[in-house]
Design a protein around this ligand. Structure first.
Ligand code: ATP
Length: 229
């Protein structure tokens, strides 16, 4: 059976969550009290309902209590976000994920029993700052405090070496999860640039100039690796 989600609040974030869930084959109940937001998503969502999501009766009339996960994506109106989460909790929804715009907002949501609070703007800002500080870092994802996965351009000195010769694990205490290579290939008679991702790297795989390594480890070790010329 398809997993069922409710996405409440169809700003840019909520809309993108709903859109991606639908593309992944999930059923999405999209809710917003703004008619134009509902019109904009009506062709995409499984059900698109215009209602005030603080109103438990309105939510029950569209069987919102049956979804597997509810995503509350309301930032501007913190009061509405809190009231909606409270209503969903009272309805016994299994899992609630809510967006927060400030730490106080997030703390209140956690105290209400939200399973996961996300801070999209703060997280995007942190990722950007990591890239700005170290231009070799192309992508950054914090896994736990002090540990992350980063996409790093291959340091010049390692270009041309096998992974076993690069000794990244021994010298930097980092694990290489994958190697991304840019390739040019012929498609319908035209040369097109593409990217190949080797996600099962072996000790004999060679890293070349311009490749990108996906590495996991402690942030201080990642910083050291990124500063290695
Ligand atoms: P963005 O993701 O674009 O940054 P945002 O976090 O600023 O959005 P808001 O403008 O706060 O989002 O609101 C998100 C959506 O939630 C809006 O479309 C708004 O109409 C809707 N919304 C706000 N309160 C309610 C409510 N009580 N019931 C249903 N929808 C609501």
């Amino acid at each position: 059976m398809k997993r069922q989600f409710a996405v409440i609040g169809l700003g840019r974030f909520g809309y993108s969550v709903a859109e991606t869930l639908v593309k992944k084959g999930c059923e999405v109940l999209a809710i917003d009290h703004d008619e134009t937001k509902i019109q904009a998503i009506s062709d995409l969502a499984t059900f698109a309902v215009q209602c005030d999501a603080t109103d438990e009766r309105a939510l029950k009339s569209v069987s919102a209590q049956n979804v597997d996960v509810a995503v509350v994506s309301i930032g501007e109106n913190i009061e509405a976000s809190i009231l909606i989460v409270q209503t969903l909790k009272e309805m016994g929804i299994k899992s609630i994920i809510a967006k927060a715009v400030t730490t106080t907002h997030g703390r209140i949501l956690t105290n209400l029993g939200v399973d996961e609070v996300i801070y999209p703007e703060r997280d995007a800002a942190v990722r950007l700052a990591h890239r700005l500080v170290s231009p070799k870092v192309l992508e950054y994802l914090e896994l736990a405090p002090g540990y992350s996965i980063e996409e790093v351009t291959v340091p010049e000195k390692l270009a041309g070496l096998r992974l076993s010769e690069a000794r990244i694990r021994e010298q930097y205490r980092l694990n290489v999860l994958g190697i991304k290579k840019r390739v040019t290939r012929m498609v319908k008679g035209r040369m097109v640039k593409d990217e190949v991702f080797n996600f099962t790297p072996s000790p004999d795989d060679v890293v070349e100039r311009g490749d990108v390594l996906v590495v996991i480890g402690k942030e201080e070790d990642l910083d050291q690796f990124c500063n290695f010329e």
